[in-house]
Design a protein. Structure first.
Ligand SMILES: NC(=O)C1=CN([C@@H]2O[C@H](COP(=O)(O)OP(=O)(O)OC[C@H]3O[C@@H](n4cnc5c(N)ncnc54)[C@H](OP(=O)(O)O)[C@@H]3O)[C@@H](O)[C@H]2O)[C@@H](O)CC1
Ligand SMILES: Nc1ncnc2c1ncn2[C@@H]1O[C@H](COP(=O)(O)OP(=O)(O)O)[C@@H](O)[C@H]1O
Ligand SMILES: [K+]
Length: 532
């Protein structure tokens, strides 16, 4: 697993590492520039003319080291200097002096352009654009001169490499700077990040703009050994594959878990049909679906293998509600927000408390949870909110509903807050509800209140209705098949994402949740072959 650190922690690690090794921080800048140069050469061996844009801090210093290596290797270099090099101090100044000292002996083209000159010059003779404008030191919205040069650099249809982090991305949140509603950010094909990954590099817009992410540790092999706590960990499907419950040749459907999906109110059948289909196609031995009777025929026609049972009113539901035969319950997709749904929520949650059957709450299940924050959830419940649902759950006030009746949430944080603080929000929700929280979105954060993992990534085709229902079905299915809820949440999240990527192929739009469910089935079986 890959630790993800805050910028503050990275800075402390750098300092402590240099002290421990008895080296100057300038040595780290040297290593950063040298390793980025080698990566650029590996990625774009044909590039003979390097355009390197520098800002005002250490990130600029890294860029000047890259420039020196490029000149030494015989390449042409054009520097775009937002801040004049004569004003540099400290390590960036040293990097500048070292570059000057080799410049006299080199015979290649070496130009230095200020901002105005760069904006007036045709830069298209460059083969490669290197962003050494700003790294982890950026604060607030980008100044105008940076926005101007970024717009110009992004227009060049040349390979683009960012040093440490694309200029305009905030390394702690992964959000990017904007101006007049437009993102002001370097659009990299690859980013060479230094020392250790920053939390934001697995979240939000960083996923869109950083391109291939390459980590160069600069010799810091054990970032965890400097006493800095990572904010979260990243991991991938390869690291999770062992969590897939094993399946034997001999046995019966009763050995492979019975998943129950509850939802599908009077006009909302699709969501629970998708969730139940995902549970079945990812390997649950049996799947039952409880759905409003008006939707039951639709469920049967889509998936007759699922045992659909229809309810008409809350009292019908009570007759259905023997939960003891299920190994996992997925609750909420399309359930509705009427009084029947409310009674069903209270009934099911109360009944589950008396069992050790884990419950996955999604969609309207989360809506009702936010109204009844004090209802103790069944042990090892999993909540799967998107940013909007996370807001509602965060804002909901703790009250004893059994004495006060329904409560209305008091809105105080908004989705912007959730997006900016994804790790903290997932941890807070997990603690508040004593559950595992799967905070969905571009970079899904999973937390049990202590540890946090960032999984999956961003893909435009995933912004489509029904994908969350599929995820609920997958998590419920893996729990029913024997995975611990925490493992099921991790595995399902990563399979769901990887399946969406492979199903989407080159499509950015028009991928359906049903296709992704088929993709999950294929991927689960590929994993099964690998581990068996
Ligand atoms: N330390 C180490 O050991 C190592 C560090 N390394 C490298 O250092 C980088 C971090 O360097 P850093 O801290 O100097 O910050 P950096 O990103 O260059 O920017 C600072 C400058 O940005 C400016 N600025 C700020 N906000 C702005 C805005 N909104 N719009 C415009 N300008 C803005 C700010 O100017 P000011 O506002 O203060 O005048 C200041 O001058 C890191 O990413 C990695 O590449 C590697 O060499 C490995 C070893
Ligand atoms: N841009 C994106 N990149 C990656 N994953 C995304 C993106 N947008 C949505 N998703 C994923 O798609 C699913 C959407 O869930 P949700 O919003 O609950 O959808 P629905 O309620 O329609 O089923 C989540 O798993 C979420 O992480
Ligand atoms: K940069």
């Amino acid at each position: 697993m890959q630790p993800l650190f805050s910028v503050d922690s990275i800075k402390k690690i750098e300092r402590n590492f240099a002290k421990q090794e008895g080296i100057e921080l300038y040595e780290l800048m040297q290593r950063a520039g040298a390793s980025a140069f080698e990566q650029a050469r590996r990625l774009w061996p044909q590039a003979g003319h390097w355009l390197i844009a520098t800002g005002a801090g250490n990130n600029a210093g890294d860029g000047l080291v890259v420039a020196r290596h490029a000149l030494l290797a015989g390449f042409d270099v054009t520097l775009v200097a937002i801040k004049p090099y004569r004003e540099f101090r400290g390590d960036p100044e040293k990097a500048w002096q070292e570059l000057l000292s080799i410049k006299k002996d080199s015979h290649q083209r070496f130009d230095i352009l200020g901002l105005e000159q760069a904006l007036d010059t045709d830069l298209s003779s460059a083969d490669l654009v290197v962003d050494a404008l700003l790294g982890t030191g950026v604060k607030g919205a980008l100044k105008d001169e940076y926005c101007q040069i970024l717009e110009r650099l992004n227009q060049l249809s040349r390979p683009k490499l960012a040093l440490d982090i694309p200029t305009g991305i905030y390394a702690d949140s992964g959000l990017c700077s904007t101006k007049n509603g437009k993102d002001t950010v370097f659009q990299a094909d690859a980013t060479v990040s230094f020392v250790a990954l920053k939390t934001g590099q697995r979240l939000n817009q960083a996923l869109q703009y950083q391109g291939e992410l390459i980590l160069e540790t600069l010799g810091v092999r054990h970032a965890l050994s400097f006493g800095e706590e990572p904010e979260a960990y990243g991991c991938n499907l390869q690291q999770l594959k062992e969590k897939l419950p094993t399946r034997h040749d001999v046995g019966s459907k009763f050995d492979c878990g019975h998943a129950l999906l509850i939802g599908g109110g009077a006009h909302l059948g699709g969501a629970v049909i998708l969730a139940a289909s995902a549970a079945l196609k990812s390997g649950a031995g049996m799947v039952s679906g409880w759905i409003h009777h008006s939707q039951q025929a639709a469920g049967l026609s889509v998936c007759p293998e699922i045992m659909w049972r229809g309810y008409n009113s809350h009292s019908d539901f009570q007759e259905l509600a023997d939960l003891s035969r299920y190994q996992a319950v997925g609750f909420g997709p399309g359930l509705g927000r009427d009084s029947t749904a409310e009674q069903i929520f209270l009934d099911v949650i109360t009944k589950l408390q008396a069992t050790d059957i884990p419950c996955v709450l999604d969609a309207d299940g989360l809506y009702w949870l936010a109204k009844y924050t004090s209802v103790p959830l069944p042990v090892q419940s999993v909540l799967t909110p998107h940013a909007g649902e996370a807001c509602r759950l965060l804002n909901a006030q703790e009250e004893d509903v059994f004495s006060t009746g329904r409560i209305e949430p008091q809105l105080s944080v908004d989705t912007a807050y959730v997006t900016q603080n994804r790790i903290k929000v997932a941890q807070t929700l997990a603690k508040k509800y004593s559950a595992i929280c799967v905070l969905k979105g571009a970079g899904t954060v999973i937390s049990d209140g202590e540890q946090a993992l960032v999984l999956a990534g961003a893909h435009p085709a995933m912004m489509t209705a029904g994908l969350g229902d599929a995820l609920t079905g997958l998590i419920t299915s893996f729990i029913a098949q024997g995975a611990k809820p925490w493992d099921a949440a991790l595995l399902a999240t990563e399979i769901h994402y990887e399946a969406a990527l492979s199903v989407a192929a080159n499509r950015r739009r028009g991928v359906t949740a049903s296709e992704v469910i088929e993709g999950c089935s294929i991927l689960v079986n590929q994993l099964d072959q690998v581990i068996n």
